[in-house]
Design a protein around this ligand. Structure first.
Ligand SMILES: [Zn+2]
Length: 224
């Protein structure tokens, strides 16, 4: 069908088809929609795509995308640097920030471990997390004695150690990544936690699968 269309439209359909979640039919519909759009709107779209990466860079601390060299959450002195929430993607930070619940900082992995897709720790910001934790803990060597690490991980008032919250998704790859990170961070003697899993809001018990129900029971907390 595409060969019966002008080259410019075929090219656009081909480019749309490469986008995640866009099949050939959707790509054709999008191209046809744009064909019927005013020139001004096409220019605005073209400019937005062309300018997408302009002035953006990765924060060398949390690896979120930033308009400055430091992401604004990292630059915010009110955020608790003793809590690092490790997430898969940039949009996970957005989702968590919308809750207005979390006051710590983040670390974006930019993916999850997936041997099938050839994604190992080297393709993710795993070493950057280890380096970051090592920098905060202040111990040059993860194999250092427990007492030395504990002392350095605590604030001068000794009230709070560093917490790394593993907030990767609950699928197989997310769980594998969380387990890998937990083992990797173990020598630092940090408080490594995993976000709770369970029932979605509005979800019925009898519709939930056994694994979800089991995890909901395991992750139960005091009712308040
Ligand atoms: Zn940052």
């Amino acid at each position: 069908m595409a060969s019966f269309l002008p080259q410019s439209i075929c090219l656009l359909i081909e480019e749309f088809s490469k986008l995640p979640g866009v099949g050939p039919k959707s790509a054709q519909r999008l191209a046809m929609h744009l064909l019927h759009s005013p020139d001004g709107r096409l220019r605005a779209l073209s400019d937005a795509v062309g300018d997408l990466k302009k002035g953006l860079q990765f924060c060398g601390n949390c690896w979120n995308i930033a308009e400055d060299s430091v992401y604004r959450i990292c630059a915010n002195g009110a955020r608790d640097r003793r809590q690092i929430c490790v997430v898969e993607e940039i949009l996970d930070v957005v989702a968590l920030e919308k809750t207005c619940e979390y006051k710590g900082v983040y670390h974006v992995l930019h993916g999850v471990l997936s041997p099938v897709d050839g994604i190992g720790p080297e393709q993710l910001k795993v070493q950057a997390l280890v380096d970051r934790v090592r920098g905060i803990v202040g111990a040059g060597d993860a194999e250092a004695s427990d007492s030395a690490l504990r002392a350095s991980a605590e604030e001068t008032d000794g009230t709070c150690a560093i917490e790394v919250i593993l907030a990767t998704n609950s699928g197989l790859e997310g769980e594998t990544t969380a387990l890998y990170l937990m083992r990797l961070l173990q020598p630092f003697k940090l408080n490594v936690t995993r976000i709770a899993r369970g029932l979605p809001v509005g979800g019925d018990l009898d519709y939930a699968d056994e694994l979800t129900l089991m995890r909901a029971l395991q992750g139960r907390a005091a009712y308040c």
